[in-house]
Design a protein around this ligand. Structure first.
Ligand code: C2E
Ligand code: MG
Ligand code: MG
Ligand code: MG
Length: 289
């Protein structure tokens, strides 16, 4: 009996693997046509100054409007796009689309774009960025490129050269999800970063865990020492924002200030924020009391 059960379990496992493989195959076919069919969209999440709570820009976050599956998030398809060699084409589209949109925003607002390590491996990233800037007319200092520690670990020849070439274009470089990878201090001074973004897992655990709060305080101090801006990701509560402001974080990003939104929602969001700024007054205190 036990033997039979085992075989049954194995068959079930086999069948599951089969379904899974078919699912992936279907997803791959769909993803290959997604760009062509105009199914990829950029959502934008606001970046907020920690002191005045003013909008400083938006991060472009990829979404896939799948005809049957609905809105698919990047965590469910970016890794596949990398494995299937699709990320470079997709990444190029993201760069162009993000720059094109940002060029229409009020001038000081920046746009942040996430880059996959594969885009560096492909070799034509610097050209892609240069072209996106030229075609959109976006001021290079308004484009911020986000990379992760994984890129630096690969240490492919030329990564540092490409980062320097990107800096020479006048764009800014941010280290995303800081603290989750193999953070090495050596990277921070060897590579030409402008900003570190503290991963939201730290922010989430900060309130209940003094050790995490100490780590965050140390990271912000490190940022000041190395002359890097510090953004806290995943700020969801006013309490988190006030603690992080006391730690002298420079920027916030999180649901407290705004979720990733479709492009059509941005004008309304900007207006609402301006009205709030006026109500707060120049000192940051609430005028209407
Ligand atoms: P990320 O660059 O660290 O982006 C921040 C992620 O945290 C976003 O998830 C955002 O929706 C989420 N988030 C922001 N604020 C909060 C908050 O207050 N609470 C919680 N729980 N989550 C928050 P999203 O949009 O699902 O993106 C996931 C990841 O996918 C991104 O992480 C980024 O690494 C990657 N990604 C997104 N767009 C692109 C792209 O165009 N190219 C590449 N290569 N990767 C991308
Ligand atoms: Mg990012
Ligand atoms: Mg991040
Ligand atoms: Mg992330």
């Amino acid at each position: 009996r036990a033997k039979g059960d085992g075989r049954g379990a194995y068959r079930f496992f086999e069948a599951t693997m089969d379904v899974w493989a078919q699912e992936r195959r279907a997803l791959e076919i769909d993803l290959r046509s997604a760009l062509r069919n105009d199914e990829l969209k950029l959502f934008f999440q606001p970046l907020i100054g920690a002191k005045g709570h003013e909008i400083t820009g938006f991060e472009a976050l990829l979404r896939w409007q799948h005809p049957r599956r609905g809105l698919v998030g990047p965590d469910d398809f970016i890794e596949c796009a990398e494995q299937w060699g699709l990320i470079c084409k997709i990444g190029e589209w993201v760069l162009h689309e993000a720059c094109r949109q940002a060029a229409a925003w009020p001038a000081p607002l920046k746009v942040a774009v996430n880059l996959s390590p594969n885009q560096f491996a492909a070799g034509d990233l610097v050209d892609q960025v240069r072209t996106a800037l030229r075609e959109s007319g976006l001021e290079p200092s308004r484009l911020e490129l986000e990379i992760t520690e994984g890129l630096l670990l690969r240490d492919t020849a030329g990564t540092l050269d490409q980062l320097r070439a990107l800096k020479d274009l006048g764009v800014r470089i941010a280290m995303d999800d800081f603290g989750t990878g193999y953070s090495s201090l050596a990277y921070l001074w060897r590579f030409p970063f402008d900003k570190i973004k503290i991963d939201r897992t730290f922010v989430a655990e900060m309130s209940g865990n003094p050790a995490i709060a100490d780590i965050l305080r140390t990271i912000t101090l490190l940022g000041r020492t190395l002359n890097l801006e510090v953004t806290a990701e995943g700020v969801e509560t006013a309490e988190q924002a006030s603690i992080l402001e006391d730690m002298r974080c420079d920027h916030f990003q999180g649901y407290l200030f705004g979720r990733p939104m479709p492009i059509a929602d941005i004008p309304g969001y900007l207006l609402e924020n301006m009205a709030q700024q006026l109500r707060r007054g120049p000192t940051g205190d609430d005028v209407a009391q």
